[in-house]
Each structure stands twice: as structure tokens, then as C-alpha cells.
Design a binder for this molecule. Structure first.
Ligand code: ASP
Length: 330
């Protein structure tokens, strides 16, 4: 009997001890103590997703917890941003987004989050050029021929994009203006599926980041008509820029940032930012990003303050242009 009493007492006592120390262990556990979600506003397989997964894998190693990429698509990236703005600010939800964070306030009249107020700003990420690609069996072999083909076929030519607010949409609008041809645009939830439609021959053209198009270009499975930078790319040295092929001053470079819900603990923001910086120093990641044409910003740009001020500048730059064009997404 005494034995059983003792066992019960020992068990009870150890439960109390476990409860107390378990509680204090939980409180003292260093961040992160469970997987961290990185929200991507576009489909799997697209360029934003490729960047998130490449960096996320390297960051998982240094954080000691998996970075889970979650694709929340729709409304040109605004669904993912709204979701992140309202997520629990506990350090376990982050968002990677591009220029769309700066264009959304002018494009969407009913935007239910404020890009310049509702977030913690973690870091700028990478700058990525775009490419104009087409289905492999498109009769036009180069940009000059594409110009003639587009003029002859007008709105029979289909131009895929990732929704209003996506950079592929912005690029298609600017290209249609610059080429003087009103081609038909076809929206997808991301340029991953848009690229599949190009590969399958269901759409004709797509303007997309090199982080997605480079492998298809190198495999010869799409036609490549030009790059959107003002100088040629190291990763695609034989490809002329669109500017040198007649679209003078045509230039789009996609920038990215990482955000967290407003109120996320500073420690979590700093650790996630430090893991990102570390990922850029990983030689395998650095080589992969270089091969895909991405440019890693200098260290002084990999800070919360730098992202916040860049977002503000970009918002001010796009806003009057979009308003003057009378373009709304809603
Ligand atoms: N490249 C896309 C865009 O046009 C998005 C994506 O699928 O990553 O914004």
C-alpha cells in the first residue's frame, strides 16, 4: 500500500515539477520552436515560389526549423498580403512579395490592408529581370518578326499573366503599349501555370522573371524574344534587350521584400532576417540565384528600414502613373 502511495506521490510530484518546468521551458524556448510559414502570393512553380523555396530551404538549416512555403493565390497577390496582415503576429508567418506590394494601393480601390502600415518590414530580397517568351511553335523567330506577327494578328495573339497587380501583367500592359498592338490578355493564378500554358501551346506570350524562365530558355522549350533590362544579362549573354531591339528605355526589374504581420516580435523579425542574409552567403544558393539571373542586393539593403523606405518610394512612383492610366483592378 505504502508502495502505491509512494508511486502516486512520486507521479504527482513529478507532474507538478514537469508542469512547472515544462511551462518555463516553453516560455524560455528560443525562437523558432516550430515550423515557420512563408506565404507566397502566386502558384507553385512560378518565380516567386522558386525564390521562396530556394531561400526557405537554406534558411531552414540555420533556423533549425522548417520554413514551409504556402501558396495563397488570387487577386494579383492581394489575397496573400491581406492574409499575412491579419495573421497572428507571433513570428511564425511571413510573406514574400514583389513590386505588387507597391502597385496594389493604386490598382485596388477596396484594398483591405495598408502596405505601408500593417506590416513589420524584414528585408529586401533579390532583384530579378524579366524575359519575353513565347510558345515554341510561334512563327515569329525573333522580336522583329514578333512585332510584325503581332501587328498582323492583333487580338488573336494571347498574352498570359498572373492577375492584375502581378508584374507579368504590368509587363504585358507596357509591352502592348510600346508595341502598339492590343493583344488579348489571359490571367492565371501565377506564372507557374501561365508557363505551363505556354509550354502546352495554349497561349502565345508571357513576360516573366528569369528565376522561372531561364531553365525553359536553356532547354529550348520556349522562344525568347528579349530581356527587360537596359543591359544584357550575364546569365543569358546572347539575348538582346528589348530596348536594343527598338523599345527604347523599356525596363522592368522585379524587386522582392519579406514582411510579417504588424506586432511580430523584434527578435523573430531579426532572426528571420539574419537567416535570409545567411542564405545569400550559402555558395549553393548564391550560384543558383546567379544562374537564374537574380541579383542579391548589398547588405545595407537587407534591413527592415531599407525595405520600408524602398516600398514607400515605389508606392509614390507607381501611384500617379496607375491613377493617370485610370487602371483599376476592382
Ligand atoms: N511572376 C509572377 C508575376 O507576374 C508571379 C509568380 O507566379 O511568381 O507577378
Amino acid at each position: 500500500m505504502a508502495y502505491f502511495v509512494n508511486v502516486r506521490m512520486v507521479v504527482a510530484a513529478s507532474c507538478i515539477v514537469a508542469g512547472v518546468t515544462g511551462g518555463s521551458i516553453a516560455r524560455a524556448q528560443p525562437y523558432p520552436s516550430k515550423p515557420v510559414t512563408l506565404v507566397v502570393p502566386y502558384s507553385a512553380g512560378g518565380p516567386t515560389d522558386v525564390v521562396a523555396r530556394t531561400l526557405g530551404a537554406a534558411m531552414s538549416k540555420s533556423l533549425g526549423q522548417t520554413v514551409i512555403v504556402e501558396n495563397r493565390t488570387g487577386a494579383g497577390g492581394t489575397i496573400a498580403a491581406a492574409y499575412t496582415a491579419r495573421a497572428k503576429p507571433d513570428g511564425y508567418t511571413f510573406l514574400i512579395h514583389h513590386n505588387g506590394m507597391a502597385t496594389a494601393p493604386a490598382l485596388y480601390r477596396k484594398l483591405n490592408y495598408k502596405p505601408l502600415e500593417d506590416f513589420e518590414y524584414v528585408s529586401q530580397v533579390i532583384d530579378v529581370p524579366m524575359t519575353l517568351v513565347g510558345r515554341k511553335d510561334l512563327p515569329a523567330k525573333d522580336f522583329k518578326e514578333l512585332m510584325a506577327y503581332a501587328k498582323a494578328n492583333g487580338d488573336k495573339v494571347n498574352f498570359a499573366h498572373a492577375g492584375l497587380g502581378a508584374v507579368s501583367h504590368l509587363c504585358s500592359v507596357l509591352l502592348r503599349q510600346a508595341m502598339g498592338v492590343d493583344m488579348t490578355t489571359v490571367p492565371f493564378p501565377g506564372t507557374g501555370p501561365a508557363m505551363n500554358a505556354v509550354l502546352g501551346g495554349q497561349v502565345d506570350l508571357l513576360c516573366d522573371q528569369t528565376t522561372s524562365t531561364t531553365p525553359y530558355v536553356k532547354a529550348g522549350s520556349v522562344r525568347l524574344y528579349g530581356v527587360t533590362t537596359n543591359t544584357r544579362l550575364k546569365s543569358l549573354p546572347n539575348t538582346p534587350t528589348l530596348a536594343e531591339q527598338g523599345l527604347s528605355s523599356f525596363q522592368i526589374v522585379v524587386w522582392h521584400g519579406i514582411y510579417a504581420p504588424k506586432g511580430t516580435p523584434k527578435d523573430a523579425v531579426e532572426k528571420f532576417g539574419a537567416a535570409l542574409k545567411g542564405a545569400f552567403k550559402d555558395p549553393v544558393v548564391a550560384q543558383r540565384l546567379a544562374d537564374l539571373g537574380a541579383i542579391v542586393p548589398s547588405d545595407d539593403k537587407l534591413t527592415p528600414a531599407s525595405l520600408r523606405s524602398w516600398l514607400e518610394q515605389e508606392t509614390q512612383r507607381y501611384s500617379p502613373v496607375i491613377k493617370a492610366a485610370g487602371q483599376f483592378a476592382d
